[in-house]
Design a protein around this ligand. Sequence first.
Ligand code: ATP
Ligand code: MG
Length: 792
Amino acid sequence: ARGGEPGYLEGLNAAQREAVETLDGPVLMLAGAGTGKTKALTTRIAHLIHTGRARPNEILAVTFTNKAAREMKERVGRLLGGAIEGVPWLGTFHSVCVKLLRRHAELVGLKANFTILDTDDQVRLLKQLILAANMDEKRWPARQLAGLIDGWKNRALTPERVRGAETAAFNNRGSELYAAYQERLVTLNAVDFGDLLLHMVTIFQTHADVLAQYQRWFRYILVDEYQDTNVAQYLWLRLLAQGHRNICCVGDDDQSIYGWRGAEVGNILRFEKDFPGAAVIRLEQNYRSTEHILAAASRLISGNEGRLGKTLWTEARGGEKVRLIGHWDGEEEARWIGEEIEALAAGRRALGPVRLSDQAILVRASHQMRAFEDRFLSIGLPYRVIGGPRFYERLEIRDAMAYFRLAVSPEDDLAFERVINTPKRGLGDKAQARIQSLARETGVGLLEAARLMVAEGELSGKAGGQLRQFVEAVDRWHAEIRAASPATAVTAAEDDELLIEPEEGGIAPANDHSHVRLAERILEESGYVEMWLNDKTPEAPGRLENLKELVKALEQFDNLQGFLEHVALIMDNDRDESGDKVSIMTLHGAKGLEFPVVFLPGWEDGLFPSQRAMDETGQKGLEEERRLGYVGITRAERLCTISFAGNRRVYGQWQSQLPSRFIDELPAADVEVLTPPGLYGGGFGAAGAYGGAGAGFSGGSRLEERAGRADVYNSPGWKRLQAQGGQSAAPARRGAQVFDADAEDFEIGERVFHKKFGYGRVVATEGDKLVVDFEKAGEKKLLASFVVPAAQ
Ligand code: ATP
Ligand code: MG
């Protein structure tokens, strides 16, 4: 420290110092990714405490994720050399509001020990209210209402404040049901997540004395990721800041990624109006990423209109280019990334050894995680999923698994309880209690008790019919599983050509996939898929995607039992969050974080940008996706790898994917196109637009861009990839590439590819089998599902 200056100021650039030292009055720090906004913000907290401007508990500091809050606490602690106990009002909006609301709960009719409902509870409660209002829950699903109410709460609208056209929402009953819901919550002494802020805003607006108390108390207010605040959060902050007016907000309009959840990037733009005389500080030096990474991110985001616009530069010259790689399919992508992570960890790449915890995979949609989790489990690569449950812990996955469990073993009472009324079968608490007591009385399982009730005609009307259907369905599924015992499920092989050798890593041999089709049917026949199809909440499409992903996972197993065991083992896999592990998370969850090595898989149109954003008219959705891409690339410090797959299986059907339009927007000079070893021998990268020497992936009209991509698709390299993908030298799990083909799907004379026998032509079809004349192996008879169509 020079001149007795506190050490934490050392190394800050001039703009950061200004942000740290401008303590009085409103400050807006507006700057691009990795410019040290969060660093300046934490240093500011340390400075406030160190200079005695505020005691730790007079500082209110909010951010968005728990992880970000935790990191901020640690940073402040380190800056002050452990001199303080902590900053008690540093946390997420929600965690701070819970604390405040417990103190003033009585002002909104609650007791201090109120409970916080999760989404499931919330939906259950809303269902009751919908039924009580004599509405058809099928037409007017509770989840839709939940979404509506959340939206209102994000905008700080209490039931009385819902006005105009919006009162017509939900069959003209929306605001009325909202009011009933709020009343019911008070009776239950409960709140939902949205209430935490809403109640605090209400309290501040109606109790001037309480507001004044906190306005005095919080001498300094700091907000990170300000671009993602919603209206309720904004009002809450504005109310609190009117006292001392010492509010410092930090954000980046280019990283606003929560528009879909009510965030208003306009809050940033309004800051100077709300707080006249605010000091606006811009930071331009990026300290996080090397040159090429920053250049790629900057170019991508320049495709958005109406930006505030920022210049970013870095002193970190050189370094690795952003790597781009195409794969045959999603499994291949997961396999390659797993190998790459291991190679990096072992120091086999230019960067030298990179610890697992310094590497992250950032996905657009949570269902993408499944392929990675499965792959990493099978090769024993430690990983953690950050922010949100792991794939197999998700609600819809656990429901689906409960159905599978019940089909495999009808005695599984826990599974029965989970799904008996999901989807709703009119079996309320009373009917379920009756099943329970009957089971106890007669000493049988729940399904048997249900069967008894059906037989005795105990339940009348619709519920009775539905219960009968349920029992019959479980019986049917179970019978099917028993009929296809593992030995026969693989192949009743008359000739050994039908057998596929077990794959490495203990993954089950390929099979006829009858259990996959059964699983699909279970989800259909139970009404479970339909339940989500009818669901209008924003999460529903994601849940359906996850279900498809689950079915896809089944393909790598012999039968349902094997799969259930696999999952049981995963769930048992140590939940220890510490240790050297790769991080897997969504792009949304990665906001504010940084990793030396970042993988960005699935850059394909329809996945990223998402189909929904592409279907929207106008550019709004697409621009938010582009910001997500910017967030993703700028998480990387030293190495960023973008990948895409040419094929993805969607509900048992192969679907060809186009590389993401965002890939075209990357600057060629900063991107290195990789060719995966052993996959398609140098073809793809060298051919077509991607190899174009400095020509750029961007430029030209949108149409030309699309045409450019079609070129890639028609390029010899891509075609070779299509043709050769099946014969990848890679030993792992080609079973995933088996088409759900029927012999009729093939024509005589058609060229096909088989994992073991190579290329050949179909000479005859017999039921589900084909006779193929292989170029090297001669004539063989085999199951049609073991060959894939090949280029002629
Ligand atoms: P994001 O927009 O992604 O949230 P940010 O602007 O908050 O980014 P930080 O996370 O604060 O950026 O900083 C990015 C990285 O740069 C961190 O590793 C931080 O320690 C480092 N850094 C920030 N300022 C400086 C500086 N003046 N000197 C050296 N390193 C710095
Ligand atoms: Mg930050």
